[in-house]
Ligand binder design. Structure first.
Ligand SMILES: [Ca+2]
Ligand SMILES: [Ca+2]
Length: 299
């Protein structure tokens, strides 16, 4: 049998430790002299670092090595007799855990999961048992924290309804988290039970210039409570599939102007009518964009 130890392996991501070692074990073999294997895995979770032959087979010669993302192919031979019997460690595999989630470590090609014996040219199939890894986080060491924020909505009487989010955490992979602002004074956005990690702050508020992931507004959550810097969202973005205020926005507002039944996104200040107030917002902000307006904002 060819197997991995430990399996299933559990790896606790914590933002600093990324190295995972897994032993490649052979059980119940007779006169083992050479062996080969192909192991495949999810490259978004594991990155192969190296392989160290075990002393059980020493001295060992590398016959073949081939590494590509998510796949390794190795073949080894013990130099000289005798062949090795029973069970032992063929090698130790070292990986970097680069993402969170579950991956199978699969001996995916039975044609290359076999060994040769001392004194003969025949090859023998291993009974190959796939391994697995769960890269996750330990809630006992990665504490849940709270995050507060303060968002203004330009042009509106209230400050409720702004949608802010924290992207999936960079190291331990929790989230994303989303929160909607309230009309309260002071901090009006609240996230709770957020795993300590490095996040990107985004907004996704209809009719406003938003902060997309691509602006890379990072925030590190390391303490029990973190407050995001106050943010003034700029209005007038009636067609808010983009993050700039241009002729499309002006066109939507002017096209719906004065109608009793109108496209909701034209009502920029959300007061139930499309009128001169909405036109003033879009005209006053004409030409503005998220890229420029939020360039200096650091969460
Ligand atoms: Ca727009
Ligand atoms: Ca309005």
């Amino acid at each position: 049998m060819l197997r991995l130890d430990p399996t299933p392996a559990t790896f606790y991501l914590n933002g600093t430790q990324t190295e995972l070692k897994v032993d490649l074990m052979a059980d119940d073999v007779t006169d083992l002299l050479t062996y080969e294997f192909i192991l495949t895995f999810n490259p978004a979770i594991l990155e192969f670092v190296n392989i160290t032959p075990g002393t059980w087979l020493a001295p060992v010669f590398t016959l073949h090595s081939e590494v590509s993302p998510g796949r390794i192919f190795f073949a080894y031979a013990r130099l000289g007799p005798p062949g090795v019997n029973e069970s032992g460690k063929l090698a130790t595999l070292t990986f970097h855990v680069v993402g969170h989630g579950i991956t199978t470590l699969a001996f995916s090609d039975p044609e290359h999961c076999r060994y040769g014996r001392f004194g003969g040219g025949a090859l023998y199939d291993f009974d190959c048992q796939n391994g697995s890894l769960n890269a996750t986080y330990d809630a006992n060491s990665i504490k849940p924290v709270s995050v507060l924020g303060s968002v203004e909505l330009q042009g509106r009487a209230g400050r409720g309804g702004a949608v802010m989010a924290l992207s999936t955490g960079q190291f331990v992979g929790q989230g994303p988290y989303s929160a909607t602002s309230t009309n309260a004074a002071g901090n009006n956005v609240s996230f709770s039970n957020v795993a300590m990690d490095l996040y990107r702050v985004t907004t996704n508020t209809p009719r406003y210039l938003n902060i997309p992931l691509s602006m890379n507004k990072q925030i590190a959550l390391v303490g029990a409570s973190t407050t995001i810097a106050p943010l003034n969202l700029i209005g007038g973005n009636a067609v808010w599939s983009d993050n700039e205020i241009n002729t499309q926005d002006l066109g939507l507002v002017s096209g719906e102007f004065g109608k009793t039944s109108f496209i909701a996104d034209a009502d920029l200040n959300n007061d139930g009518a499309v009128d001169i107030f909405d036109l003033a917002i879009v005209a006053g902000n004409y030409g503005r964009s998220s890229a420029v307006e939020y360039a200096e904002w650091v969460p």
